[in-house]
Design a protein around this ligand. Structure first.
Ligand SMILES: Cc1cc2nc3c(=O)[nH]c(=O)nc-3n(C[C@H](O)[C@H](O)[C@H](O)COP(=O)(O)OP(=O)(O)OC[C@H]3O[C@@H](n4cnc5c(N)ncnc54)[C@H](O)[C@@H]3O)c2cc1C
Length: 440
């Protein structure tokens, strides 16, 4: 096939004046078409090979990035998919913007789960000290606030950037704004169909957290994936969440909004001693957030507003020493004035001297044993975490792999392991991510 124009009489090529015939064009078209189809095939093949991974992780949050980085550094080809615009959004807003990234004393006693032993192995495999070591490698300054709670000195975004850098070190590919349409499993592989194409991997890690704070990209997708593959899911409910009063109580309590007091709060046998904050709608503050993770609708919590003080003895002493004092005045020695005034409402006596032992006992009870039956909670809209999730009985505690579905892993908040307030939830995310990352 000669594609060159005929030579001119003087032997030079005069291509400009040459007009090809139909016979000439046909082989040219065939050649171009065949070259193009080879090119197209090559592109498809290249794309195909790009879309085949060792591991696909759903969720570029705390657990997902930690897992991806570790698996990548172990030589696995990792793709992390997330439907959000940015990775690690919950980390960014955590700890009031400073990220309470771990707790030095994190242990299984700081977690709620139907199987409290489940978290032990992962927590032992990656400790708070290990995470502190990582943070320090990146020169991120931190401090202990109280009770072993470690916060960044600067912005929480430093932790997100650190995780992204770790993912990059592990050669991870992070694809954001990618909606997952379906997940299927063949004998060997998981096929994940998304808004950005289809991806294939031998292992799938579900790290999409719980449904708390949906506006941050949170979803219940992890539970649906678990159920699709036959895993049990313990009913998810909001945890670390403010509790609310019934409408009729709200009105009378509204005047207390903003008052904060150190309390001892009990629900059944669970006790926390931390601050309580009155809000316009109910109760919040660390003590209430902590107890909310144990509370069930309909249950009553008992609040000691002056832990360490026997109010009956204190009131009797005051009646002896200062009989003309008003009850509100005495209470103001122990409680913020607004709260003291609210508590004595309905007490008719103007002086302590006019109060019987029974009346003092009733008043002391309002302080040492204030019984509150919340109408509900603020729900997933504001809950920091989710209690419940993928049943730990269906997972290996060493690797986080589903016992009955080889290659399928669940890590982080999607699992039925819920930490107390104070950095424990992130410690679980890091530790469970590493446990899976080491096994992939
Ligand atoms: C306001 C707030 C403050 C907090 N502060 C602290 C704190 O200071 N210390 C602490 O220990 N814990 C804190 N927590 C809890 C902590 O953020 C979580 O426990 C932790 O982020 C859980 O990690 P995870 O990786 O399992 O889930 P997430 O960090 O929630 O990550 C899940 C990721 O999956 C993505 N995703 C979800 N569904 C899909 C889907 N269908 N398709 C694709 N992607 C999906 C999400 O966009 C997200 O990026 C806080 C939580 C909140 C809400």
């Amino acid at each position: 096939m000669n594609l060159r124009p005929p030579p001119s009489e003087d032997g030079t090529l005069t291509g400009l004046s040459y007009t090809p015939t139909k016979r000439d064009i046909y082989p040219l078209a065939v050649l171009v078409a065949s070259r193009l189809s080879i090119l197209a095939l090559r592109i498809i093949c290249q794309q195909m090979s790009q879309q085949i991974y060792d591991v696909i992780i759903i969720g570029a949050g705390a657990a997902g990035m930690m897992c991806g980085a570790r698996a990548g550094m172990r030589g696995r080809k990792v793709l992390i998919l997330d439907h959000a615009k940015a990775a690690g959004e919950k980390i960014r807003i955590s700890g009031g913007g400073r990220c309470n990234f771990t707790n030095m004393y994190s242990g299984s006693e700081n977690f709620i789960s139907q199987n409290l032993h489940f978290c032990k192995s992962a927590l032992a495999g990656f400790t708070p000290q290990d995470f502190i070591g990582l943070v320090e490698t990146y020169g991120i300054a931190w401090h202990e606030k109280s009770k072993g709670q470690l916060f960044c000195n600067g912005r929480a975004g430093q932790i997100v950037q650190m995780l992204l850098d770790e993912c990059a070190k592990g050669g991870n590919e992070v694809r954001l704004e990618t909606d997952i349409h379906s997940i299927e499993k063949s004998d060997q592989d998981f096929v994940v169909c998304t808004s950005k194409g289809d991806f294939i991997a031998g292992a799938l890690v579900v790290a999409c957290g719980g449904p708390s704070i949906p506006k941050m990209g949170a979803s219940g997708s992890g539970y649906r994936i678990a159920q699709k593959f036959g895993l049990n899911v313990i009913d998810p409910c909001p945890a670390l969440v403010p509790l609310t009063f019934a409408d009729c109580v709200k009105k009378s309590m509204r005047e207390l909004a903003g008052v904060s007091v150190d309390v001892r709060v009990c629900y059944n046998k669970t006790v926390f001693e931390e601050a309580l904050l009155f809000t316009h709608r109910g109760l919040s503050g660390p003590s209430i957030l902590q107890i909310s993770s144990y509370w069930s609708p309909g249950g009553s919590i008992i609040i000691n507003l002056v832990p360490g003080t026997d109010m009956l003895s204190a009131l009797k002493r005051a009646r002896n020493n200062h009989p003309k004092q008003s009850p509100a005045n005495v209470l103001s020695d122990f409680l913020p004035t607004r709260l003291a005034q609210s508590i004595v409402r309905g007490v008719l006596a103007l002086r302590l001297a006019d109060m019987s032992d029974a009346a003092l006992m009733e008043l002391a009870g309002r302080i040492n044993k204030w019984t509150v039956t919340p109408a509900g909670s603020e729900g997933f809209r504001t809950a920091e975490v989710t209690r419940g999730g993928v049943d730990t009985r269906d997972l290996s505690s060493k690797t986080m792999q589903a016992k009955n579905v080889s290659g399928l892993y669940f890590i982080g908040e999607v699992v039925d392991v819920t930490g107390h307030l104070g950095g424990h939830n992130f410690q679980w995310a890091w530790a469970s991510g590493i446990a899976a990352g080491n096994a992939l």
